[in-house]
Write a protein that binds this ligand. Structure first.
Ligand code: NBP
Length: 479
């Protein structure tokens, strides 16, 4: 087999198949391979006329079909299958070749794989790909990690197949070494969980407190989508809410079981945030809300617990409440992005990745699930000040969240009084209030820790660590 393909894709389920077609449609010759060869044959049979494909039935043929340095994209199920594929292909590759893992790998696995393959001179490029099936075909947001050298060889191709932002710039860039790309994709998904939860809470409040129907709420979301909340998730929310179930004639949202599932990247975002000591309370509430919804037996056993049932507002009050919900949603969204970017900054510091946060927000503007007009604002904030310690330190965001807070608080008062859970809105407001507090009760926590465990504390009025002799005369000693 002659080495005629500029890139190869192995793993041709929905994502790999569409990514291979995207490369071919953009003029690249693409070698295609799958463990079960029939899938590779089917791809070429069905879509062979979209561009140049080289069908490879064996691993040896696949590698032989690739121009050097070889660019081999792996789109298999994350975890053991990725290791199995690496084990199969690495012995067939040569120094300078690249293995690009586009699956949803845990960044720690990516770091390990990168280290192991580097010894062999192979570049391992852990790459986050967002946008689902549709994005893979028509332009995803792509977050490649790995060496700078590998980006030099791969970047132009990724830039060509990626989504383009409204200003025409490609939604991909070199994120940083080893696991940086998969880390950023992980946090992207965590933010996605938070966005979805906040939208779901807004829906629930509009339904139960304001008394709107799903179709009316769809219209409200459509209106919001023309303003500062303009985003893919708001757009599809309106579509889902407007959809009527053909079998029953009921709103679709009423015939779907209210138990949300998850694949794990949101959970990883929270687990890693705990390891890094970054407060991502909004993202955590989104993960927990999905988890709580899935505890059907617990929920069934708890439905009789005392508490108010929401009583819908009068029509004239409902519209004003909807405006307040928009403010609460926007303010909470600012907080979840603040928390997500804090986690990326902390990961970047911990692993020495030197991630450009403005660039991350720029490549999320198209192709991915959280694409939104709002990301332009975040990029502008980091462009104005690259070392911005927090999005809330940006004058524009600080002003907007300040202006939203009365309505944000009013929405939470209504939610609490009427017994409608809004954990994402509440966690976001608690984060905001904690950051702006003059004093936090952490001082008392330190006192308790010193009392039962002699963990010591620091004083406000002088340097050093101290311990109070709680069991004795309660005098203070330097520790
Ligand atoms: P799946 O995650 O369903 O994986 C199926 C593919 O993995 C098939 O090609 C299968 O080959 C291959 N595979 C498996 Br399973 N075990 C293997 C092994 N031991 N050796 C070789 N190949 C093996 O596919 P997907 O939904 O297209 O997703 C691909 C990757 O992209 C995943 O990591 C996913 O997390 C990530 N991702 C998915 C989305 C999305 O929206 N679906 C978005 C972003 C990222 P076979 O045909 O022989 O069984």
């Amino acid at each position: 087999m002659s080495a005629s393909a500029q890139i190869g894709v192995t793993g041709l389920a929905v994502m790999g198949r569409n990514l291979a077609r995207n490369f071919a449609r953009n003029g690249y010759t693409v070698a295609v391979h799958n463990r079960t060869a029939a899938k590779a044959r089917a791809l070429v049979d069905e879509f062979g006329d979209e561009g140049e494909f080289v069908l490879a039935e064996t691993a040896e043929d696949f590698v032989a079909a690739l121009e050097r340095p070889r660019r081999l994209v792996v789109m298999v199920k994350a975890g053991e299958p990725t290791d199995a594929v690496i084990k199969e292909f690495a012995p067939l590759l040569e120094p300078g070749d690249m293995i690009v893992d586009g699956g949803n790998a845990h960044f720690a696995d990516t770091r390990r794989r990168e280290r192991e393959l580097r010894e062999q001179g192979i570049h391992f490029v852990g790459t986050g790909v967002s946008g689902g099936e549709e994005g893979a075909l028509n332009g995803p947001s792509i977050m490649p990690g790995g060496s700078k050298e590998s980006y030099d060889a791969l970047g132009p191709m990724l830039e060509k197949i990626s989504a383009k932002a409204a200003d025409g710039s490609p939604c991909t860039a070199h994120i940083g070494p080893d696991g940086a790309g998969h880390f950023v994709k992980m946090v992207h998904n965590g933010i996605e969980y938070a966005d979805m939860q906040l939208i779901a809470e807004a829906y629930q409040l509009l339904r139960e407190v304001a008394g709107y129907s799903p179709a009316e709420i769809a219209d409200i979301f459509r209106t919001w989508n023309t303003g500062r909340l303009d985003s893919y998730l708001i757009e599809i929310t309106a579509e889902v809410l407007a959809h009527v179930d053909a079998a029953t004639g009921e709103p679709f949202v009423d015939v779907v079981q209210d138990q949300a599932e998850q694949k794990g990247t949101g959970r990883w975002t929270v687990q890693i945030a705990l390891d890094l000591g970054v407060p991502v309370s909004g993202i955590a509430e989104a993960v927990f809300a999905r988890s709580l919804s899935g505890h059907k037996d617990l929920r069934d056993a708890s439905r009789g617990l005392a508490g108010p049932k929401a009583e819908p507002l009068a029509k004239e009050e409902a519209a004003a409440f909807a405006d307040q919900v928009e403010q609460a949603l926007y303010a909470s969204k600012i907080v979840s992005y603040t928390q997500g970017f804090h986690e990326i900054a902390a990961g970047s510091d911990e692993y020495g990745w030197d991630i450009d946060l403005g660039q991350v927000s720029a490549i999320w503007r198209g192709g991915c699930i959280i694409r939104a007009a709002f990301l332009d604002r975040i990029r502008a904030a980091y462009d104005a000040r690259a070392d911005l310690p927090s999005l809330l330190a940006d004058d524009g965001f600080a002003r907007e969240i300040g202006e939203a807070q009365d309505d944000w608080r009013a929405v939470l008062v209504a939610a609490t009084r009427q017994g409608v859970p809004a954990p994402g809105f509440a966690a976001a407001l608690a984060y905001y209030d904690a950051l702006r507090a003059d004093r936090l009760p952490a001082a008392l926590t330190q006192g308790q820790r010193d009392y039962f465990g002699a963990h010591t504390y620091r004083r406000t009025d002088r340097e050093g660590s101290f311990h109070t002799l709680w069991g004795g005369d309660r005098s203070e000693v330097s520790a």
